[in-house]
Design a protein around this ligand. Structure first.
Ligand SMILES: Cc1ncc(COP(=O)(O)O)c(C=O)c1O
Length: 435
């Protein structure tokens, strides 16, 4: 992200260049992170380092990994809960914080970040709102929809509390009926999933809520097919895409859902307190914002109603998108899938191990759920840590399944070390089962 903006159209709203320089030099003397004046050249430097030139081989991904400052005594495979921040994003956020600390009038162009986000997910800027989490994005949609007692909301039985919680609250408050439908782990095909959901729709059904991907099975619900089917029944499709932003090459317009909420702290690697939601232009006149507005033409901005927020994190989302874009969205998606496929293929060869995530590329991404028969998850995650220093406590389908997150900064070696531990546990099942 570049370009300071202020109401006065001057850097820092009129702070003199001398004051600005002085602040930067003082920060440098204090040993703080990158000074603002170095911004442009620093950005060039990391962009050059992560720019794909030639084969996207292990050497390339090792170069990308060096842009992180992760603790090196563990292998982190829990991105599905929280991702690490690349150093350029940390430095950008730090810079914004320091600018605000030096002068509370300091402004970055928030609308530029909105445009970047919209472009990154295949939406228009008027359809995108900033949130602080996926849950917030799910809540705003749920609260804004007019529903009558007896109206029906259908969802998969594998939704996260952040996705189903708002609807359950309306069930208690408004008499809305929430029903769940079981999706196999893994299903046979996308058509099977669509068929299961369609059979569960009733005349009272107003909304279908699904995840992309489901957090406990890694399944990518077939959103485009579900949207087409739901719209045929005059049902809205709301998607909990907490893990999708930064993992998958999203094109929300092509997917056709009405609403999509996602996080910045997970696969976008933008840090906590960041997120976005999408409200298709087609539904904005049906969903209320919860604050009174003067201007009618705000688009999805009308749903941003939570007052002041942590601007360095919000602006830093633009830098996280720059970081992903420099590597390439499709390159990231391929890398994520290739590591997950390596894991699934290796697990398939281990007797006694099983995988709950689909093997199909269309129906899976960077979350892989697996188990060894009879071995509690707690024992498996302990073995992963004790034997190979692998950190993998993420939510599994049940007490016997683990969830591995493979993001682009993970390595083939880390995946192979997971496999070596699972093989060991499977071969010594009696030791690791509680019975
Ligand atoms: C599918 C899903 N939805 C929602 C959430 C909640 O995310 P947030 O903390 O961004 O609200 C999570 C968190 O893990 C999740 O996995």
């Amino acid at each position: 992200m570049s370009g300071l903006r202020s109401d006065a159209q001057q850097p820092f709203g009129g702070v003199s260049r001398r004051g600005f320089l002085g602040g930067s030099l003082a920060a440098l003397a204090g040993g703080l992170a990158t000074p603002a004046l170095g911004e442009a050249s620093d950005a060039q430097a990391w962009r050059e380092r992560v720019r794909p030139a030639g084969a996207l081989d292990a050497a390339y991904w090792a170069r990308v990994r060096r842009e992180f400052n992760m603790v090196d005594d563990i292998s982190y495979m829990n991105n599905g809960t929280m991702g690490p921040l690349p150093t350029p994003v940390v430095e950008a956020q730090t810079r914004y914080l320091r600018e605000l600390a030096a002068d509370p009038r300091a402004r970055r162009d928030t609308e530029l970040v909105r445009e970047k986000l919209a472009n990154f997910v295949g939406a228009d800027a008027d359809e995108v709102l900033f949130t602080r989490s996926t849950t917030e994005g799910m809540k705003v949609f749920c609260r804004g929809l007019d529903l009558n007692p007896g109206d029906d909301v259908l969802m998969s039985s594998h939704e996260h509390p952040g996705g189903y919680g708002p609807w359950r609250a309306r069930e208690d408050r408004d008499g809305v009926v929430v029903r769940t439908v079981d999706i196999p782990a893994p299903p046979e095909s996308a058509a099977q999933v669509i068929d299961i959901c369609e059979r569960a729709i009733r005349p009272e059904t107003k909304v279908l809520v699904v995840s992309y991907p489901i957090f406990v099975t890694g399944l990518l619900m077939p959103i485009a097919g579900l949207a087409e089917m739901a719209h045929r029944h005059d049902v809205l499709l709301s998607v909990d895409g907490a893990h999708a932003l930064g993992m998958l090459d999203l094109d929300l317009h092509a997917m056709g859902c009405d609403h999509f909420a996602t996080a910045g702290q997970k696969w976008l690697l933008a840090g906590s307190g960041t997120g976005m939601a999408y409200f298709s232009r087609n539904v904005q006149d049906r969903i209320w914002g919860d604050m009174w507005r003067r201007t009618p033409a705000e688009g999805a901005r009308k749903y941003e109603s939570s007052g002041q927020r942590h601007m360095p994190s919000l602006w830093g989302m633009g830098d996280a998108i720059d970081f992903h874009s420099a590597i390439g969205k499709t390159n990231i998606q391929s890398r994520v899938r290739s590591l997950a496929t390596r894991l699934k293929d290796g697990l398939a060869e281990i007797s006694g191990a099983g995988v709950g995530t689909s093997g199909s590329a269309e129906m899976s991404g960077g979350l892989t759920t697996f188990y060894v028969d009879g071995v509690p998850k707690a024992n498996m995650t302990k073995a992963l840590m004790d034997r190979e220093r692998i950190y993998m406590p993420g939510s599994g389908l049940n007490d016997f399944s683990c969830r591995a997150s493979t993001h682009f900064y993970n390595t083939e070696d880390e995946v192979d070390r997971v496999l070596s531990v699972v093989r060991h546990v499977a071969e010594n099942r009696a030791t690791y089962s509680d019975a």
